[in-house]
Design a protein around this ligand. Structure first.
Ligand SMILES: [Zn+2]
Length: 243
């Protein structure tokens, strides 16, 4: 046996469950080389416990029952934060809480920090309704920016005015295809107008250079001299949120 193999820690994962807040809750047990038991609630709201390799089950169960109060508190906190997520939205860099409108509107109306949504929208499908509304808003906002900026790019471009496609994307804000499509992330609509503009200008620069060459960045700096500061803003936002 190689020395590496000998020194590698043994690990195993098991499942159990306990009663918390009147319901059966799953617990993932990570048995590993360690001396004490350690309890935690992960980012998905799941309970995890790290235990020494030869920890007997009764010891683990006693440990869990000693900590039910703490666990219930953590689970409630988790539910509250999930609920808070559902109760607000971000639009063009500002946060809005949801409130059902007292008037007969067919579209959400944003006033100060409140999004008044139509009476006909039920709470269960609110987020789906909001998303389709955001899609229409995104199309308007993005098309307007493309219309505003395209005249600055048309001359010498490798494509004609790009056709917009609003998409839900995991890892990028936008892209420009050589076939002439500009794909922009629906999530962009949540960000400040100056960031949205910077992303649109970036993608339009690709109509001259499909790479990120020095020429590309020269064009970017020429069209939007303050773009670097806005890029830094965007990088900060990416770090804060798990977009
Ligand atoms: Zn690019």
């Amino acid at each position: 046996m190689s020395p590496l193999r000998q020194s590698a820690p043994h690990k195993s994962i098991h499942q159990t469950s306990i009663q918390l807040l009147g319901r059966e809750v799953a617990v993932t047990i990570h048995a590993m080389k360690r001396k004490s038991l350690r309890l935690g609630v992960n980012a998905k709201g799941e309970i995890e416990v790290k235990v020494p390799l030869r920890c007997p089950k009764y010891e683990l169960m006693a440990f869990l029952s000693q900590h039910t109060g703490w666990l219930e508190k953590r689970l409630e906190q988790f539910d509250d934060s999930q609920q808070a997520q559902r109760e607000k939205m971000q639009h063009l860099g500002k946060f809005y809480r949801f409130q059902q409108s007292a008037q007969k509107s067919r579209q959400p109306i944003l006033i100060e920090d409140t999004c008044y949504y139509p009476q006909a929208w039920s709470e269960e499908n609110l987020l789906a309704k909001i998303e389709s509304w955001q899609r229409l808003q995104a199309k308007q906002v993005f098309e307007q920016l493309i219309d505003q900026w395209w005249p600055h790019f048309a001359q010498g471009a490798l494509i004609s005015r790009p056709v917009l496609r609003v998409k839900k994307m995991r890892s990028r804000w936008g892209s420009l295809s050589s076939k002439g499509y500009i794909n922009l992330n629906l999530k962009l609509l949540e960000l400040s107008p100056n960031i949205i503009e910077m992303v649109v200008v970036h993608e339009l620069c690709h109509s001259h250079y499909f790479d990120h060459s020095a020429n590309f960045y020269r064009l970017m700096a020429q069209k939007l001299p303050g773009y670097k500061a806005i890029e830094i803003q965007l990088r900060h936002i990416e770090k804060e949120c798990a977009y």
